[in-house]
Ligand binder design. Structure first.
Ligand code: ATP
Length: 238
């Protein structure tokens, strides 16, 4: 498929009286990395949650692989190839690493393929292989974040939604996660990446959007936004 794998048009989301998204539109071209940057409270998490139908939008449309999925339940999106690695990681702390990975494949029936993909996840993140029988509550924050990415991969996604994969992690762990994301993308998986770490996100991204109070205020290639004086001042700490 050429053209966008994801098209979001005019998305509105309300939390009671608060309008968190005010008619947001964006696109993810197939096979590309798109970053969404913006300050705390701009609506980044809300965007991902509305796209993956973890919450309901009051208006707007979401098209995935050319299909209108605006009203489908989350599991139907997973089945079509959309995986969401949520903020706060969403892994089960009382289950083992292996059990969490298997849950990522809950809609699949191809047991050999699932086992192969688990081995692939362990190859990407060797520390998870070492810890495969450990319950996740004993993992470090970085290991839990790696597991969240690995688990999302277990559904064999065409598009991954990633919410702040670098949040609170040591620089080396951030490097590791971004290296894996680059590799996953190289294999053809598109990424919609929400990040506070605008610098790393823009380096990885083919395209990027800047979100302010529920609306896109700027867009361009990752390189264009990295070079933009406004972005440098507001999001790159210059
Ligand atoms: P952060 O980086 O802090 O997560 P964000 O850009 O992801 O920020 P959102 O979490 O999407 O922003 O929040 C967007 C707006 O919606 C904010 O004003 C926030 O206070 C509000 N909001 C988010 N979740 C809720 C909720 N469950 N109930 C009420 N308001 C909410």
């Amino acid at each position: 498929m050429s053209g966008p794998i994801l098209q979001v048009e005019g998305l509105r989301v309300h939390y009671g009286a608060i309008e968190a998204l005010r008619g947001l539109s964006l696109e993810v071209p197939d096979g590309q990395v798109v970053a969404l940057i913006g300050a705390n409270g701009a609506g980044k998490t809300t965007t991902l949650r509305a796209v993956s139908r973890m919450l309901r939008a009051s208006a707007g449309a979401v098209r995935f692989r050319g299909e209108d999925v605006t009203r489908l339940p989350s599991h139907a999106l997973v089945a079509r190839g959309m995986a969401h690695a949520p903020e706060g990681r969403g892994i089960f702390l009382n289950l083992t690493v292996r059990e969490n990975l298997e849950l990522g494949a809950y809609l699949r029936r191809d047991r050999p393929g699932i086992l192969r993909d688990a081995e692939r996840a362990y190859a990407l993140f060797p520390i998870l292989a070492e810890r495969r029988t450990q319950v996740c509550g004993t993992l470090s924050g970085g290991e839990q974040q790696m597991l969240a990415v690995a688990r999302a991969l277990m559904s064999k996604p065409r598009l991954m939604l990633l919410d702040e994969p670098s949040l609170g992690l040591a620089p080396q762990v951030v490097e590791k996660i971004f290296t894996v994301l680059r590799e996953v993308n190289r294999e053809g998986v598109a990424l919609l990446l929400v990040e506070q770490n605008a610098h790393k996100a823009l380096q990885l991204a083919h395209r990027a959007y800047v979100l302010e109070t529920g609306n896109i205020v700027m867009q361009g290639t990752g390189a264009e936004l990295l070079a933009s004086p406004e972005v440098r001042k507001a999001y790159l700490g210059e």
